[in-house]
Write a protein of this length. Structure first.
Length: 425
């Protein structure tokens, strides 16, 4: 158990977050320092948000915060960027110590961990039913019958993006992908000048559409990992074959390399999410397509989709609740959600925004919404973080060739089970 000097609360953290001691102490020091830099808790019109928005979304958000402060001269909002894993760990430690930001922005898969460690407060304590009733069911994230996150967007779904100068008609099936890929791949003098496809296949999140296309998934209904399966082995082998047998994708890949290859037209297609589409000049230079269907299973490749939004720190005093309500109404309002949809290709969470012509008449947004319908919602359970961590190491070893697909699947299952056994209360 971890007791805090400032609040006297005792909070049970998962074992993974309690060890080793030295890195945790460093995180504590960082979190307390960050907390010390935030406005005093008693200041009712000063509020700090931690977020993990990047790229165009971060630029947009920073402009939104500047506009809010200009329009509300009595209020002062400070938005601080934190990388995803850093945000998650530092926020928990800071909040346990009675510090941290007033609000935190992130994806819905953080909810169970934050709620279980009691570092966020249910929105039901702050917002009335009239406010929450304006959102779709996907826009308010529940866990144990309480509302823990209010989303300004549904997104993160991966799609196929193709260069309109190179691809006349995108592949509809995985077989089409291989056949078209052979024509799109250009080689000369023993080197590949252009690949058919690129994406961050070194990261398990970007592998999920192939797993679902082969009929697999990462867990069962009780949250037990389902990784050592024929479907997992087949999906891993398919990605390996794209690279090693068909030679349609680069030998080694990470996010930044994949992104640059597509931007520099060294790849005809890329798999990426809505945060990247503005950079690809969709729909002028590039265009979106649904991820292909796997003919062998009859299943479409389905990515993960998640709500992303705001949670309230447990330490935020009641004196700030009026400002919290003002700010949240501004950040999640219809005008803001439609502006985000237009510029960032996000899917709104307000009923009125979804029905607005600016959204319904936009063919690119409707295509993104169609992919969202062919997606798997991000699970909201504590086991998810341990399963992701159990997948990551063995998966990367499969991609580097040190494990076969079968060996990787077995090791993923073991590591996920071990982490759950160690980390769950």
């Amino acid at each position: 158990m971890l007791a805090t000097a400032t609040s006297g609360r005792e909070i049970r953290l998962p074992l993974r977050m309690r060890f080793p001691l030295i890195p945790m102490l460093r995180l504590c020091a960082v979190a307390l320092l960050l907390g010390a830099c935030t406005p005093p808790r008693e200041a009712p019109n000063r509020l700090v948000i931690w977020h993990q928005k990047t790229g165009a979304e971060r630029s947009f958000f920073e402009g939104v915060i500047r506009d809010y402060n200009r329009l509300h001269p009595g209020d002062k909002v400070t938005a601080l960027y934190r990388e995803g894993e850093e945000l998650r760990n530092s926020f928990i430690i800071a909040a346990v110590a009675g510090q941290g930001p007033d609000m935190v922005f992130g994806p819905s898969d953080n909810v169970a961990l934050f709620a279980e460690t009691r570092v966020i407060r249910p929105w039901d304590d702050v917002l009335d039913g009239g406010f929450l009733g304006r959102f779709t069911k996907e826009g308010v994230v529940l866990w144990n019958d309480k509302t823990w996150l209010v989303a300004d967007q549904i997104g993160n779904q991966l799609m196929l993006v193709y260069d309109r100068q190179m691809v006349e008609r995108p592949p509809e099936t995985l077989g089409d992908l291989v056949r078209l890929g052979r024509d799109l791949t250009l080689r000369s003098d023993g080197r590949t000048d252009r690949y058919a496809l690129t994406w961050n296949y070194a990261e398990p999140y970007f592998f999920i559409p192939f797993l679902t296309g082969f009929g697999g998934w990462i867990m069962d209904e009780e949250g037990n990992p389902t990784l050592d399966t024929p479907e997992m082995r087949a999906a891993l082998q398919f990605v390996l074959d794209l690279r090693d047998k068909h030679q349609l994708i680069p030998r080694y890949e990470d996010y930044n390399t994949a992104n640059l290859m597509f931007l520099r037209r060294r790849a005809a297609m890329i798999i990426n999410g809505p945060w990247s589409w503005a950079e690809y000049d969709v729909p002028k230079r590039s265009m979106l397509a649904l991820l292909p269907v796997n003919e062998s299973t009859g299943l479409r490749c389905r990515p993960i989709i998640a709500a992303k939004g705001y949670s309230l720190c447990v330490n935020t005093p009641e004196a700030k609740f009026p400002m919290v309500r003002r700010l949240l109404a501004y950040l999640t309002g219809e005008e803001m959600q439609l502006a985000m949809a237009e510029r960032l290709f996000t899917i709104p969470t307000l009923h009125t925004a979804l029905a607005a012509p600016a959204f319904t008449d936009n063919p690119v947004l409707q295509l993104a919404r169609e992919q969202a319908k062919h997606s798997v919602p991000m699970p909201i359970i504590p086991q998810l973080r341990y399963i992701w961590d159990g997948i990551r190491g063995p998966y990367r070893r499969v991609m580097t060739g040190s494990l076969t697909a079968a060996e990787g699947a077995r090791l993923m299952q073991k590591e996920a089970e071990d982490r759950i056994a160690e980390g769950m209360p």
